[in-house]
Structures are given as C-alpha cells and as structure tokens.
Design a binder for this molecule. Sequence first.
Ligand code: PLP
Length: 449
Amino acid sequence: MTKPLSNMQQRDVEAVLHPYTDAMKLRTTGAHMITRAEGVRVFDDRGRGYIEGMAGLWCSGLGFSDRELIEAAKEQLDKLPYYHLFGGRSHEPGMELAEKIKEIAPGNMARVIFQSSGSEANDTQIKLAWYYNNAIGRPQKKKIISRMKAYHGVTIASASLTGLPPNHRDFDLPIDRILHTASPHYWKEASDGESEAEFLARLVKELEDMIEREGPDTIAAFIAEPVMGAGGVIVPPEGYFPAIQAVLDRHDILMIDDEVITGFGRTGNWFGAQTMGMQPTSVSMAKQLTGSYVPLSAVAMNRDMAEAIEENSGRIGTFGHGFTYGGHPLGCAVGLKALEIYERRNIVGHVRDVTPTFHRLLREAGQHPLVGEARMCGLMGCIEVAPEGRKGFEKPGAVGTRLMEELVARGSIFRSLGDVLAVCPPMIISEAELEELFAPMHEALDVTY
Ligand code: PLP
C-alpha cells in the first residue's frame, strides 16, 4: 500500500511535467519536495536534511548557500537586471567574464559567445562548426562525430549528439549529419582478453575507419566530454585523447571539448581537458560557471574560428545567431564572482586534497558483491551495480534505482543512471562530509543485494 500524496505533491503532479522522470509512476509516489539548502545539504518539506552528493545536477560546485554569490546577484539586480549583447550593445559583466574565460580556458581561445544552458552551448557549437566551414569555403565538411554514451544536452541538435537511447527514442532523433563512435569504456566494451592498450588501439582504428568511410572532407568536428558524465562517469583509458587528437589533426577535424560538468575544478584541474590531455579548438561551459545559482553557458573558440566568423559576418552583414538571455548580466556577474572564488579559495587545491578520501570511499563500495566496477576522476565518480542473476529485478536499471532510494532514505543523495550510481558532490565538501555521504553505503548495498 503506497502512502497517499501530500497536498503539495498532489498539486505538483497535476501541474508539472518532470524531466527525466517516469511520469506515470510519479502519480503514485509523488515528487520529493526540496524547500531549502545550506552548505552541501538540502532539506525537504518534512524538515529532513540530506547531503547532496550530486551537487544538484553535477553543478552546484560551491554548495547551496554561498553568500558571496548571492550578494553578487543582488548587486547586479540593483544595477542592471537585464540587458543583451545583440547588435553592437554590451555590458561590463559580459565583457569581463569573456575576458576571464579567455584567460583560463584550455587551448588558446580568442572569443566567447554566451547562452543559458549546456544544451544551447552545444547546439551553438554545431552551428559554429557549420558556419565556420561555410565561411572558409568547404561547405561539404559538416558531419559531427560524437560517441555512444555521450551526453551533450536535449535540444534537437544536442540531443542528437547525445549517445543514449532514451534521448532519441520516440523523439525521432538523431538528426542526420551526426555520427556516433564507440564509448571508451574498457570494463564494458572491451572484447574478451583484450588489454587496455589493445582496446584503445581498436577505438582509434574504428574512428579512423569511420572517417575514411564517410570521407574526411565531410567531417567537421569531433565532440567529447573529457570524462563522460550522464552516460555513466566513463573515464577513458590512459592516452585516449592524445591518440584521438592525432587522428583528428590528420584529417583537419575540429575538437569540441564539452566541459559542462568537468569545467572549473571538478577533475582536479581547472578543466578536464588539462586532466585528459585534450587540445580543443572550442570549449562548452555551463553549470559550475556560475556555481549554478543563475543559468549561464558559454562557448569559447580559437582565433582561427573567431576570425573566419568575423569575416563572414562582414560579408553577410550580420552574425545571425544569439539568444535573448545569452550573456544575461545577472549570470555574468555571478559567473565572475564564482571564478574569483575558485581562484581565491583555491578550490582546485581543495578538490585535490579531498580526492584521495573520495576515491577510497568509492573503492570500498566497489568491494561489495553487488558492484561490478567503481570509477572515478577527481570529484566525480560512480559505482556500477552488476545485477545479473539477482531475483526480482528483471528491468535494467531497477537495481540502481533501488540502491539510490535506499541511500536517499538514509540521508545521502546519489543519482542512478540506470545501474550506474553517480556521485559528484559540491567541490567544497569536506572529508568529514564525504565520510557522512558514504556512511549508509554498505547497509544500502546489503539491503539491495
Ligand atoms: N553537456 C554535458 C556534458 C552535460 O552533462 C549536460 C547536462 O548535464 C549538458 C551538456 C546539457 O546541459 P543543460 O542541461 O544545461 O542543457
């Protein structure tokens, strides 16, 4: 017998269509109503507190009550609550944030264009790659290579880049000109007896073969997250990106770096590209760009692309792209403050300091017989349950969901991505809070087993 829904839950389910939710199941379970937050904790409408082990959606790197971010937002609202960057107008927080992003972004970035979400950033990336190739006189070079298990967003184009079946099924996606190569997940994708080095060599060959098959002069770009997030925290084998990069360079293919999760310290460097040895031609950023207090995303591009776009816009008379809220002054002011905090409080250093504890806790969880693999990079990680042979869980993902529910019931928020249980806490988390986050893990694994 399920509990009747509270009044709030009833109103919620009648009014809100929830993203990434079984809408039918929600009619009986109701939503978990979160009402307030402090530090790395959130509290629900019954007053129960939880350690937020996912920083919301991999995004609230500075926790949920940073006074400096809140004050920066208030100040900006008082001064200039809205303006845009269209048609030759600008504003100071937009200009300053673009300058700062140029300074810290991986690669040698020359211009920054703003949007509000990671999906819009990656949608913009596709348009920039197409526009660039038109501008430099190679209009046939348009296909974008993404990877199975990638997550790049949910707009029509960015969802097409995403390599996860639920993002395509019944949405009539992907669109054409988007290709998917293999995911670099050794534990899952390697053939029997294949070493990690052999697996990597095979992935590189498959990419090379795909490019040859399609025709190198038809491929514009390759897009990748340094560490795959929503596809299951997939850390590529050692040497993966340099090997991929060599293939791309040989065929004059752009490298689009999606740092929406990995940017701003998450992997123990400012950007995942530095951790993984990528040399991007352009970079997508969002989430921790503002600590997620205000929606804002950005694409930084190298000089070659920026100059080609400028020249072409001169020929046409305009650069026909931009969002009403792209570079919202509130987002830019909070973004500037977030970047200042990351530097002043040495958040990258803190991530490095607490990473050994985080990795130890994940490895310990990985010892449980229900777990197939524990994966980790900096302050993002997961355990993947291997439910083969378990009774009563016939649907893929059911064990992961049950485990997540057991953890949440014990005060620790993790996120199930099918049978992968992801964890990506606020970057300010202390070692004691990490211990507390993982404290119910063994009991939760035991009752799920
Ligand atoms: N790219 C990556 C790597 C992501 O993880 C996400 C969201 O989780 C996106 C893009 C899409 O961002 P948004 O949800 O802000 O559209």
